[in-house]
Write a protein that binds this ligand. Structure first.
Ligand SMILES: CC(=O)N[C@H]1[C@@H](OP(=O)(O)OP(=O)(O)OC[C@H]2O[C@@H](n3ccc(=O)[nH]c3=O)[C@H](O)[C@@H]2O)O[C@H](CO)[C@@H](O)[C@@H]1O[C@H](C)C(=O)N[C@@H](C)C(=O)N[C@H](CCC(=O)N[C@@H](CCC[C@@H](N)C(=O)O)C(=O)O)C(=O)O
Ligand SMILES: Nc1ncnc2c1ncn2[C@@H]1O[C@H](COP(=O)(O)OP(=O)(O)OP(=O)(O)O)[C@@H](O)[C@H]1O
Ligand SMILES: C[C@@H](N)C(=O)N[C@H](C)C(=O)O
Length: 426
């Protein structure tokens, strides 16, 4: 079956599913192969559960030619179908990538544009070679705009995702030390993320860009199709005020607040304001959109537990976001500060020096209480009262008996550390 015919069948369906555990009536099931399962084994179950078609690449499981669609490679056909569908949608697509803040920025852009338009966006962070096609296939032509988040941990991934999503607009949140292992250090990260700029340049797309970020300005070079944001001299005039604890700033002459903590979230907010302005969202609606957004899922969340104020930032961590979270904690007005930090993953050969750099930063600039967990932090050289534990279990045994009172507590680590578990013990 060619892509056009597959697309016709897709349009008869209520959407795409790759997972029988979440199937909905009249879905088109795509039988992907993963680390744990071969989706072909679930095709029959998908049809019994209400799917209309099952796209499979194992001829031996095909029971009829009406509902089973046999293809050479299911993943490739999912990606091709998404690209075909994208071309059939006559809507502008805004792509965003970056090392940190993609999901938050995507949600902020969505909050701003949705005040005025009908907007589709990536759900959660379905942002990879499977997630981007699923995102595109969730869009329909009733939308005014589509926002597509793109994640990557190695070169050429953003280029590939752009070839599927065909964005007209793009923004890179920042270049930071995330996924250093796969990208091969910071230069590799800049190159890999800049594949979005490369795509925009070769397709006359427009880049939204922070005029105060010299590395991004250098990567964009002389390319003229841009819309800048910054405190002065930019297309969008947006300036940081403070982050104590929530980020506030001014847009044109108007002050705005947010429900986001951490100065690092200011650029995420500025991107959303700039995109709103470019697409003629009224100023008051832009501010309403920004002020309405509340983070969830362990991303820079703030909460009270007993007499303690907790900054729960345990969704992920890398050297850039870890330092940003610490500097934010350092500048907060609070009397007793505590950090629970977990290992940062996917740093490869950089792991030792980057974990040591965090310990050095804490020991030179922080006078609060320090708890570190994970093998990398355990292997660092430490002085004084810095406590490090090889495993979460070891940390748990230590903190079980401690009473925390009137403390401001930062909890941050990579996803694999699941450091939100600390909440059960404080
Ligand atoms: C393939 C797939 O979608 N897997 C998801 C599945 O995993 P599970 O272990 O259950 O099964 P398999 O993958 O082995 O299964 C193969 C298929 O069989 C289906 N199936 C299985 C059992 C069953 O009873 N019925 C079935 O139909 C199954 O659904 C598969 O289709 O479920 C997990 C739990 O929900 C998912 O976590 C898993 O998802 C994988 C990881 C995935 O890639 N999902 C994408 C849709 C996605 O976008 N996920 C994002 C994570 C994005 C991310 O990490 N981004 C990074 C950068 C990534 C770079 C890239 N190179 C990469 O490595 O991906 C970033 O830093 O931003 C998300 O879930 O949030
Ligand atoms: N601009 C930024 N600079 C540094 N750190 C940031 C920035 N924005 C967000 N962070 C940090 O990154 C964490 C995750 O935010 P978010 O999920 O938005 O990022 P992401 O890039 O989408 O991550 P992932 O790709 O893993 O989903 C936040 O909780 C915060 O600690
Ligand atoms: C969760 C995943 N997208 C990610 O950010 N991974 C890094 C390595 C982390 O968990 O910190």
């Amino acid at each position: 079956m060619n892509n056009e015919d597959l697309h016709h069948k897709f349009l008869e369906c209520s959407g795409v599913s790759t997972d029988t555990r979440k199937i909905e009536p009249n879905n088109m099931y795509f039988a992907l192969k993963g680390d744990n399962f071969d989706g072909n084994a679930f095709a029959k179950q998908a049809l019994e559960a209400g799917a209309t078609y099952a796209v499979v690449d194992d001829a031996s499981i095909v029971l009829d030619k009406e509902r089973y669609i046999l293809v050479d490679d299911v993943l490739q056909r999912l990606q091709e179908l998404a690209n075909h569908h994208r071309h059939s949608l006559n809507i502008p697509i805004i792509a965003l990538t970056g090392s940190n803040g993609k999901t938050t920025t995507k949600e902020l852009i969505h909050a701003v544009l949705s005040t005025t338009y009908t907007v589709g966006a990536t759900k959660g962070n379905l942002n990879n070679h499977i997630g981007v096609p699923l995102t595109l296939l969730s869009f329909d032509s009733n939308l005014d705009y589509g926002i597509v988040e793109m994640g990557a941990n190695h070169q050429k991934e953003i280029e590939f995702l752009c070839s599927i999503a065909v964005p007209n607009f793009g923004v890179i949140t920042n270049f930071g030390k995330a996924h250093m292992e796969g990208f091969g250090g910071i230069e590799g990260i800049i190159k890999g993320k800049s594949e979005l700029y490369d795509y925009l340049k070769s397709h006359n797309g427009l880049a939204f860009i922070n005029s105060e970020d010299p590395k991004q300005m250098e990567q964009l070079g002389s390319y003229g199709n841009r819309y800048t944001f910054g405190p002065k001299g930019a297309d969008t005039q947006v300036a940081f005020s403070h982050a104590n604890p929530f980020v506030t700033g001014t847009y044109n002459q108007t002050e705005f607040s947010s429900q986001l903590i951490g100065g690092y979230n200011f650029t995420n907010i500025a991107i959303a304001i700039s995109i709103g302005e470019y697409f003629d969202v009224p100023e008051s609606s832009i501010i309403k959109g920004i002020e309405s957004y509340t983070p969830t899922n362990n991303r820079s969340q703030i909460m009270d537990k007993g007499s303690n104020h907790i900054i729960l930032d345990a969704y992920n961590a890398n050297p850039t976001s870890m330092k940003a979270a610490l500097h934010n904690l350092f500048q907060l007005e609070a009397s007793h500060k505590v950090v629970f930090l977990g290992d940062m993953f996917e740093l490869g050969d950089y792991a030792k020096e980057e974990h040591q750099a965090i310990v050095n930063l804490l020991e030179s600039e922080f006078d609060g209480t320090i708890f570190l967990a994970g093998e990398n932090f355990y292997d660092t050289e430490r002085q004084g009262n810095t406590k490090a534990f090889k495993t979460f279990e070891d940390l748990k045994n230590e903190i079980n008996d401690i009473e925390f009172e009137n403390a401001t507590i930062l909890i941050k680590g990579s996803r694999g550390m699941a450091l939100e578990r600390v909440l059960d013990f404080i």
